[in-house]
Design a protein. Structure first.
Length: 288
């Protein structure tokens, strides 16, 4: 197996400031057919964070993927200040490659405050992360059987420790329920900045997400006749995020149709607290 240099998600999320409101992020080629959507989510949110008043934190974002990104080129982020109110701030972020808009995000930030609280969401009962094999080990065991591009990109899959419960069942073409449970955390110390932790979670939230919709149909993500791409992605942050500790990502697909799949996710910390929620719709088209 080829030896590859260590890469860190914090370096991916540290953006270069070109001028006020304009930033550039480097790209990782994860061996997919296009730029990994999670990279644009994480970098765009980090760019939005750079323009908000001190003390405010992101509580939600909504985004649309317009064009496939090029994983071999950097991405430029243009941040528009939409509004700064007494408690909330809104930002619109445009991601640009080769002079074309490939992605839009609208993010909302809030000054933290106390309020009514409830949680009507139960953490699924699944094996602890220490009992689940890291996904990267499964790829390493099957090194000779995975595609060349994926072999070359394995080092870029290591910064986030992702452990899929019953991974063999989830990643085969057997017809199954559209549910998936994944433990995840950063493989490096991300410090105490919520900007970094929220951006890192946004990056990781796109892993294995849309492919959950494939499970009832007996189709693998690697199927050459499959066209699959994210259309939109939304996320809500309910509590402070700590990517240095294990989070359980519970994913399910309630419906698919019209060549689109819908998935939703809930992220729990190990205390059973719901820390974030996600929704995504994407293209799932079988071609001839």
């Amino acid at each position: 197996m080829e030896q590859q240099n260590e890469v860190k998600v914090a370096s991916l999320l540290e953006l270069e400031t070109l001028e006020k409101g304009l930033y550039r992020g480097q790209s990782w080629d994860l061996g997919f057919r296009a730029l990994f959507g999670g990279q644009v989510l994480g970098q765009a949110l980090k760019a939005a964070w750079a323009s908000v008043p001190e003390g405010r934190v992101a509580h939600s974002f909504h985004s649309y993927f317009l064009l496939p990104g090029d994983a071999k080129q950097p991405v430029v982020y243009d941040v528009e200040i939409v509004r700064d109110g007494k408690s909330f701030s809104a930002r619109r972020v445009k991601a640009i490659q080769n002079g074309r808009n490939i992605f839009y995000m609208t993010a909302s930030f809030q000054q933290p405050e106390e309020g009514m609280q409830h949680q009507y969401a139960q953490m699924p009962d699944v094996p602890a992360p220490q009992e689940v094999e890291p996904d990267i080990r499964m790829y390493e065991r099957n090194y000779e059987n995975i595609g060349r591009r994926m072999r070359e990109a394995l080092s870029y899959h290591r910064p986030i420790d992702i452990r899929t419960v019953d991974a063999v069942r989830s990643f085969t073409s057997k017809n199954d329920k559209p549910e998936r449970y994944t433990w995840l955390r950063a493989n490096e110390d991300l410090g105490d900045s919520q900007a970094m932790h929220q951006a890192a979670l946004s990056y990781a939230s796109d892993y294995h997400f849309l492919s959950t919709s494939l499970q009832p149909h007996g189709v693998q993500i690697t199927d050459r006749n499959l066209a699959i791409a994210t259309i939109d992605h939304a996320m809500w942050f309910h509590r402070p995020i700590n990517m240095n500790e294990w989070l359980l990502y519970s994913m399910e697909s309630p419906a698919s149709g019209g060549a689109r799949g819908l998935v939703r996710g809930q992220l729990f910390n190990q205390q059973g607290e719901l820390v974030a929620s996600t929704m995504q719709e994407g293209l799932m088209r079988i071609t001839d």
